[in-house]
Design a protein around this ligand. Structure first.
Ligand code: SAM
Length: 237
């Protein structure tokens, strides 16, 4: 696949439906059915609202920060819960420049407090690999490793409570859905950690299972019939 593995800033063009698309992968940054994918697949799929409402401190690890849509959906869940706490760590091979990130969100037109807070720390996150995002009474530590899939995940040292698996379509972006990536995610995920992804592709299901995750098919978002949600099996693969 052209562009895959090569570092470089993420590019964004707009699909006919008005969805941001990465030309190097010929795929959209989120579902053509809308950014609500972040809420259903990742926030609901990880049961974040209930977990936060119960006061849980949740460390999220995500493959592909992209536009930060899933991070923003998670922040909104945190603010709505008014309890619990959150940290977010992600890997990204093609981070958007701050200017492009700003342009994309300006065009998407949801400049709420969460988006403004994210955009204000994004330059620091990109430059230093970490930043502290403040929203309401919450301080949310953010970490970003710029690099390729498994190698980038290897640089993280944390115990994840929730895994967001969000590359471009597996057939177009195999490096982010590899057995090595799944193994690294299994290393980072604590026993019982949740895992969520928008795809239910057989290879992804089998790969996650082999790495130590139990996943089930659930009703998908928009045009997708199914997605996957599950947990890290206790006791390894
Ligand atoms: C579907 S988009 C992610 C959308 C994002 N989660 C969001 O909420 O906006 C997939 C992301 O994975 C990144 N990516 C693709 N291949 C990668 C790789 N080998 N390693 C790390 N990131 C990669 C892309 O640059 C893109 O930003």
């Amino acid at each position: 696949m052209m562009g895959e593995q090569e570092r470089g800033p993420g590019e964004v063009v707009w699909s006919e439906e008005g969805v941001p698309l990465a030309p190097a992968y010929q795929d959209v940054y989120y579902s053509r059915s809308g950014p609500g994918q972040g809420d259903l697949v990742f926030v609901e799929g990880s049961d974040l609202p209930a977990r936060l409402a119960s006061g849980e401190a949740i460390t999220i690890v995500e493959t592909g920060l992209g536009l930060g849509i899933n991070l923003l959906a998670s922040l909104r869940a945190l603010v709505a819960a008014g309890r619990g706490s959150m940290r977010h760590a992600s890997v990204e091979l093609h981070p958007l420049t701050p200017a492009v990130m700003h342009e994309v969100h300006a065009r998407l037109g949801r400049m709420d407090a969460e988006t403004t807070a994210f955009l204000s720390v994004y330059p620091e996150l990109l430059a230093r690999g970490s930043a502290s995002l403040r929203i309401g009474a919450h301080t949310v530590p953010l970490q970003l490793v710029v690099g390729d899939g498994a190698a980038a995940l290897r640089q993280l040292d944390l115990r994840a409570d929730a895994v967001f698996l969000d590359g471009f379509a597996p057939a177009l972006n195999p490096a982010l859905w590899s057995p090595e990536v799944f193994r690294e995610l299994a290393r980072l995920a604590r026993p019982g950690a949740s895992i969520a992804t928008y795809t239910a592709a057989g290879g992804v299901r089998r790969g996650l299972k082999a790495a130590g995750f139990d996943v089930e098919r659930c009703v998908g978002f928009g045009l997708k019939r199914h997605r996957l949600a599950g947990t890290r099996r206790p006791g390894g693969a």
